[in-house]
Design a protein around this ligand. Structure first.
Ligand code: FAD
Length: 345
């Protein structure tokens, strides 16, 4: 079994650079090792944190009193249009690989940090694509039954930044993910207006996949959304808040406060509002600082630890100030996107 090390600080394993020590830390280099580590911790009643790239985590200053299993399984298998990657494969490396083969379906998810195994957890998405559009199956270790099983896409319960994996957070450990990625050289229809404009096409048109990837990476870099050690704005967990989805009654209430507020239609007659717009309109501009924690200077939705000098408590104090300010000024409740470990907003 993989070696367990005591007292490893988690901050260097997260993109926010936050988090105290783990009770025990082990790196699992195969699906078998992941299962072995998690199953033995479960038998001993020891809490488990499955750690990917740490890009969607806010870990408490006190750390995590249990076993942290760092996923490091590698390998990609391609059969026809089906691409199966082990959970520990770097996500953007997979995107680069399939785009180089002219496969389409995940090119707009270029530059998202983290590992393959985390992509189904919150149904990772950007620029009009999310993984629910291409995932056909997920191999998981079910901690309740103690079995390795294959879930179909339907069984994953995907919705906007959500899935059964997020709904039942301590149940499934993702071991591998299969995506259906046809090799026709063209991107999926470009659904996102900003990306279509950057590519000089109309929404719905298709472009060579490599062009779509390049355009997405360029847009993301401009927002500090591609990890870059030289860019302090990328010391974040990505978007800290999801875009709120309002009922018609809630939307009518916001309309009274801000006539003509920006919105998109969401399924079921609901209305999605850009969280970044809410934050800016509640008085929190880009670069807004609270001690060592700062809103990104490029993207209002990212809370950052720019000098790696903040504590988790300080970043969360900024998050609460923003959340409470939006509620007070605009009457909308923001919900955090990153997973909280040993702490809460
Ligand atoms: C600069 C930046 C930009 C980002 N942009 C986007 C974006 O455009 N769209 C988007 O959706 N997200 C974005 N994110 C968020 C993040 O990158 C994604 O959520 C990513 O999928 C997280 O992967 P990870 O491996 O780092 O997961 P981690 O942060 O390590 O873990 C996240 C959660 O998944 C669980 N987990 C991890 N691996 C497994 C596994 N194998 N089995 C079961 N549970 C597991 C963890 O326990 C934790 O609960 C961004 C983050 C950053 C820092």
């Amino acid at each position: 079994m993989a070696e367990r090390v005591a007292g490893v600080r988690l901050a260097p394993y997260t993109t926010l650079g936050l988090g105290g020590p783990a009770g025990a830390f082990a790196e699992a280099s195969s699906a078998e090792e992941i299962v072995e580590l998690v199953a033995s911790a479960d038998r001993a009643g020891e809490p488990v944190l499955v750690l990917g790239g740490g890009s969607n985590l806010v870990v408490a200053d006190e750390g995590f009193d249990g076993l942290v299993v760092r996923v490091a399984s590698r390998g990609v298998d391609i059969v026809g249009d089906r691409v199966t990657a082990q959970a520990g494969v770097d996500w953007d490396a997979l995107v680069a690989l399939v785009v180089a083969e002219g496969r389409s379906g995940i090119e707009c998810l270029s530059g998202i940090p983290g590992l393959v195994g985390s992509t189904p957890i919150q149904n990772v998405g950007a620029y009009g694509q999310d993984v629910s559009q291409t995932v056909t199956g997920v191999s998981v270790y079910d901690r309740v039954t103690g079995e390795v099983v294959g879930l179909t896409a339907g069984e994953c319960g995907f919705s906007y930044r959500d899935s059964v994996f997020k709904e039942e957070p301590d149940r499934h450990v993702v071991l591998a993910v299969t995506y259906e990625l046809a090799r026709d050289g063209l991107s999926g229809p470009i659904a996102y207006g900003e990306l279509a404009a950057a590519l000089g096409v109309e929404p719905g048109e298709r472009v060579p996949v490599a062009r779509a990837r390049e355009a997405v990476l360029k847009l993301r870099r401009g927002k500090g959304m591609v990890l870059d050690a030289a860019d302090p704005d990328t010391r974040s967990a990505g978007s800290f808040f999801t875009n709120p989805v309002l009922t018609p009654a809630q939307a009518a209430e916001l309309e009274l406060r801000v006539p003509g507020f920006p919105r998109w239609d969401a399924p079921g007659g609901l209305v999605k509002v850009p969280a970044a717009w809410l934050i800016e309109n509640a008085g929190f501009p880009k670069g807004y600082r609270r001690g060592p924690a700062r809103i990104s200077t490029k993207h209002t939705l990212a809370l950052t630890n720019p000098e790696l000098a903040a504590t988790t408590a300080e970043v969360l104090a900024l998050a609460r100030e923003v959340r409470d300010g939006v509620l007070e000024k605009l009457g909308v409740t923001l919900v955090n996107e990153p997973v909280m470990v040993g702490t809460h907003l």
